[in-house]
Design a protein around this ligand. Structure first.
Ligand code: 5GP
Length: 219
């Protein structure tokens, strides 16, 4: 029988390049498989049912929670997002390394349920770079930009609970590094309190420009 696969949680700021890292890992290695999440948010143009997400109603989602069918879930914005348990279990048993691309609240639930999961938090080199990438997308409404920056501020607090913090400055190098972290779990790339603090200070200056007020970030 094949050896059980690894559970790999990838979180990171919106704009950190999580999606591209996942695509690169899936392209370069055949051991990975991406867990398709369930969500109550409305599909966007680029979404495909069963590929990017399973789209369900709030009632359907709550039924799944009640049935204990979600491995983790979170409310993010006005919507639910969660990981269906059965797919993950099945694929781990088949020997795949299963990627969960999820936000931090859900990641913390995985931390408890599956202590051997490898958890990586992806950041941009600087907060200014995060701002540049989000603004540069051009597709963000002011409201969504504001939400993503506020979310980044909140997520900073969770980074110390991840196994690894990785800076996405060069896509290929970053994907290769993450692959190595997942497979050899070296004692490096640990969340660095000084780097997190510096990021927080930079964000504190950027946020008010977008009208975002958070504790300690006003003015
Ligand atoms: P989006 O609406 O942009 O597709 O996703 C918003 C956020 O939800 C992203 O940070 C994404 O990683 C997170 N997310 C997607 N699927 C899940 C999930 O199954 N569980 C949790 N906790 N977060 C998810």
């Amino acid at each position: 029988m094949k050896e059980r696969g690894r559970l790999f949680v990838l979180s990171g700021f919106s704009g950190s390049g999580k999606g591209t890292i996942v695509k690169t890992l899936l392209r370069d290695h055949d051991n990975y498989i991406l867990s398709v999440s369930m969500t109550t948010r409305a599909p966007r143009d680029e979404d495909r049912e069963g590929v990017t997400y399973f789209f369900v109603t709030k009632e359907q989602f709550e039924e799944r929670i009640a049935a204990g069918a979600m491995m983790e879930y979170a409310r993010y914005g006005d919507n639910y997002y969660g990981t269906p348990q059965s797919f993950v279990e099945e694929k781990l048993a088949e020997g795949y390394d299963v990627i969960l691309e999820i936000e931090a609240q859900g990641a913390m639930q995985i931390r408890k349920k599956a202590p051997d999961a490898v958890m990586v938090f992806l950041v941009t080199p600087t907060a200014a770079e995060l701002e540049r990438r989000l603004v540069g997308r051009g597709s963000e409404t002011q409201e969504s930009l504001t939400k993503r920056l506020r979310q980044a501020w909140t997520e900073l607090d969770y980074i110390p609970q991840y196994d690894y913090m990785v800076v996405n400055d060069d896509l290929e190098a970053c994907a290769a590094l993450i692959h190595r972290l997942v497979h050899t779990r070296p004692d490096e790339c640990r969340p660095d309190a000084a780097v997190i603090a510096a990021f927080r200070e930079q964000l504190r200056e950027i946020l008010p420009r977008y009208g975002v007020t958070v504790d300690g970030a006003e003015g």
